[in-house]
Design a protein around this ligand. Structure first.
Ligand code: SAH
Length: 341
């Protein structure tokens, strides 16, 4: 629940609204997850809470640490036995959590592990928020805290829109995580009505588009959703988002050898994005079990990047962090289902 919702609940239970703030302080500030530990609340109120709420909803099954020590992957089991994952990325003083919002994914992009089995179900707000709550608690033991969030784990945020928006409100709330909207990023495969709707929310989070192709033809081949949402419409919706929220746009481009990494593709991409105020984030494809795709060479990626830079398009790229722990979207949950159990 958001604070406002909990305040309403508390009022209906015949209690003062500050009790909601107190509960938030216990859960988010002190990291407590037992109502009995909420010592400034009377027994009667604690029993009311217990009768209506339960946590935790995630059980930690496994953590995997990358060799460079910068990435930790968390594999969670939900109450119904389904699996999701989050990734903690630690670069310099930044602590970023990559969050999942669905079990599986309806988008079924050709290169992505999350969609291989389609969508199993949406995550609840609690299941989304708890990923960050647990990882924040883990960091607090080291005197650190989560400061950036990206919705780039399993799932398509626009297809679980309400839960994602509500969880963002909780991440943003001063009484909860107090993570600024500027530090929260939502990544979408390009669901036009979702992008337009998000533009009209009070939220001003960063929005990233998974572009992955310089034209509709190639995009359609690797992103089934492109059939429903043509490239031009998606780009227009992103522009509208940028205008309304004053946020720059980032386009993600997963480079896959022979599919979208050719010199002509780079030139076409440069033309497509020419007049736009944007950054292109180049992501070398991270191998997924049983997918017959490969990562381009470092030289090929450098050439691709140079062409964009020559056209004055800002690019970022790095050799994917956490390759040795299968940190690309959905990989661990899929492996776990396939081989680890
Ligand atoms: N559904 C949303 C968010 C999840 S995917 C979206 O499509 O944006 C987030 C990012 O994970 C994608 O942009 C893609 O770049 C990346 N990704 C997924 N599988 C990958 C893989 N095998 N290798 C490299 N990046 C991958």
């Amino acid at each position: 629940m958001t604070l406002v919702e909990l305040q309403e609940w508390v009022a209906q239970a015949g209690e003062k609204s500050f009790r909601a703030t107190q509960a938030f302080e216990w859960v988010y500030g002190k990291g407590v997850h037992s109502f009995d530990a909420m010592s400034n609340m009377g027994k009667e109120l604690r029993e009311k809470f217990k009768a209506s709420f339960a946590f935790p909803v995630l059980k930690l099954l496994k953590t995997l640490h990358s060799e460079d020590g910068e990435t930790i992957k968390f594999l969670w089991e939900l109450l119904d036995g389904k699996l999701v994952e989050s990734v903690l990325i630690m670069s310099r003083d930044r602590r970023t959590v990559c969050i999942s919002c669905q079990v599986g994914c309806p988008a079924r992009c050709a290169f992505c592990a999350s969609g291989k089995e389609g969508l199993l179900r949406n995550l609840t707000v609690a299941e989304i928020v708890e990923q960050v709550l647990h990882i924040d608690r883990f960091l607090k033991e080291k005197g650190e805290r989560v400061c950036h969030l990206v919705f780039m784990g399993m799932g398509e945020p626009m297809e679980n829109y309400d839960a994602v928006v509500k969880s963002i409100q909780i991440f943003n709330a001063p009484e909860a995580f107090h993570i600024s909207q500027r530090r929260i990023t939502v990544s979408t495969v390009g669901v036009v009505e979702g992008i337009r709707k998000l533009a009209d929310e009070e939220l001003k989070v960063n929005l990233v588009l998974s572009l992955h192709a310089p034209n509709q033809h190639i995009r359609k081949k690797i992103i089934p959703y492109a059939r429903r949402y043509p490239l031009e419409e998606v780009l227009d919706a992103m522009e509208e988002y940028s205008c309304k929220t004053h946020r720059d746009i980032t386009y993600e481009y997963t480079l896959i050898a022979g599919i979208n990494d050719q010199i002509d593709h780079a030139k076409e991409l440069a033309r497509l994005l020419q007049q736009k105020q944007c950054t292109v984030n180049l992501i070398p494809y991270n191998p997924v079990l049983n997918l017959n795709l490969s990562r381009p060479s470092k030289e090929r990626i450098e050439t691709f990047r140079a062409i964009l830079e020559e056209a004055d398009i800002t690019t970022t790229w790095r050799y994917t962090k956490g390759k040795d722990i299968a940190a690309a979207c959905g990989q661990l949950a899929l492996q776990k289902a396939d081989t680890l159990i």
